[in-house]
Write a protein that binds this ligand. Structure first.
Ligand SMILES: Nc1ncnc2c1ncn2[C@@H]1O[C@H](COP(=O)(O)OP(=O)(O)OP(=O)(O)O)[C@@H](O)[C@H]1O
Ligand SMILES: [Mg+2]
Length: 260
C-alpha cells in the first residue's frame, strides 16, 4: 500500500516543511520507506535534507516532462530549486496542467509506503497538483490569530480538488503548529479550530521552540537535537498512522520511540 499525503497551508511559515522533514524521519524510524517531494521553488526541504544545491534533475524537469521521476530521486528526496517557479508558469498554459504531478508519481518506483508532498505557501497550481496527486491532505496552521481563516481557505482548495479532479482525496487532519499554550493566541487558535473542525484537528500540537531553527541549521532532526520536543512529532506520527490504518507494525514501532 502506498499512501500520498500533501502537506499544505494558505499562509507561509506554518511549519509545513519542518513537518514533512520530521514526519519523514519518524515514519522512517517506524520502518516505513518514505519519499519526500519538494514542491516549493524556495527549495527549503531540499536544503534541510542536505541535497546539494546543484543536484539535478529536480521536480522542475519532472513536471516539464524532460525526465522521469525515478531519475530525480536523490536519496529519499525529489528536490526543488528556483527553476520551479518558471516551470509552474509554463505549466499554467498546458492542457492537463493539474494532473502533471499525479501522472509523474504514477511512474515512481515501487516500494515506497508513504510519499509526502511539501507544498509552497500559496494555493496555486503547484499545491493543486499536489492535491490531485494525493490520497490525503494535511493542513498546517500556525497557532495565531487568523489561523482559522487560513485553514478555511486551504480547506476550500481541498474541496475543489476533490470535487473536480480527485474524488478520493480525504482530509487527514489539521495540525496546530508553532504553539505556545501559555499565550492566549495559541489557546484561542486551538479552541476555534476544534469548534470548526472537531476531530479532524490532531490531538497533539507542535510546540513552538527556537530549537527548530537550530536543528534546521545543523541539519539535525529535532528527534536527535531535542528528543523532548521531538515527542510532539512522534505523537502526531502515531495519530497519522492510526488515521491511515493498515500500518499497525510501524505504529507500534513509532510508539516505542516515545517511551524510549
Ligand atoms: N515548532 C516550531 N517552533 C518554532 N519554530 C519552528 C517550528 N517549526 C518550524 N519552525 C521554524 O519556522 C520557520 C518556518 O518553518 P517551515 O519552513 O517549516 O515553514 P513552512 O510552512 O514550510 O514555510 P514556507 O511557507 O515558507 O514554506 C523555520 O525557520 C523553522 O525552523
Ligand atoms: Mg516550506
Amino acid at each position: 500500500m502506498q499512501i500520498t499525503i500533501a502537506i499544505l497551508s494558505q499562509k507561509g511559515g506554518t511549519g509545513k516543511t519542518t513537518a514533512v522533514r520530521t514526519l519523514a524521519d519518524v515514519l522512517g524510524r517506524g520502518g516505513l520507506q518514505v519519499l519526500v517531494v519538494d514542491l516549493d521553488p524556495q527549495g527549503n526541504l531540499s536544503d534541510y535534507l542536505d541535497v546539494p544545491p546543484d543536484a539535478a534533475p529536480t521536480i522542475s524537469e519532472v513536471l516539464s516532462g524532460a525526465t522521469e521521476i525515478d531519475k530525480a530521486i536523490h536519496g529519499q528526496v525529489v528536490p526543488a530549486n528556483l527553476s520551479l517557479a518558471e516551470t509552474e508558469l509554463a505549466l499554467g498554459g498546458k492542457i492537463g496542467r493539474e494532473l502533471t504531478l499525479r501522472r509523474a508519481l504514477q511512474q515512481a518506483p515501487e516500494g515506497y509506503d508513504v510519499v509526502l508532498l511539501d507544498c509552497p505557501p500559496s494555493l496555486g497550481l503547484l499545491t493543486v497538483n499536489a492535491l490531485v496527486a494525493a490520497d490525503y491532505a494535511l493542513i498546517t496552521a500556525e497557532a495565531q490569530y487568523f489561523a482559522l481563516q487560513g485553514v478555511e481557505q486551504a480547506m476550500q482548495v481541498v474541496e475543489v480538488a476533490r470535487d473536480s479532479l480527485n474524488p478520493s482525496l480525504q482530509l487527514l487532519g489539521v495540525l496546530l503548529n508553532l504553539a505556545d499554550m501559555r499565550t492566549v493566541h495559541s489557546r484561542e487558535a486551538l479552541v476555534s479550530l476544534r469548534e470548526r473542525f472537531g476531530e479532524k484537528v490532531f490531538d497533539s500540537v507542535i510546540r513552538s521552540s527556537i530549537a527548530y531553527a537550530e536543528s534546521a541549521e545543523r541539519a539535525l532532526s529535532i528527534l536527535d537535537h531535542r528528543p523532548d520536543l521531538g515527542r510532539d512529532y512522534v505523537a502526531v506520527a502515531e495519530e497519522v498512522l492510526t488515521r491511515l490504518g493498515g500500518f499497525e507494525q510501524a505504529r507500534r514501532r513509532v510508539a516505542q520511540i516515545s517511551s524510549a
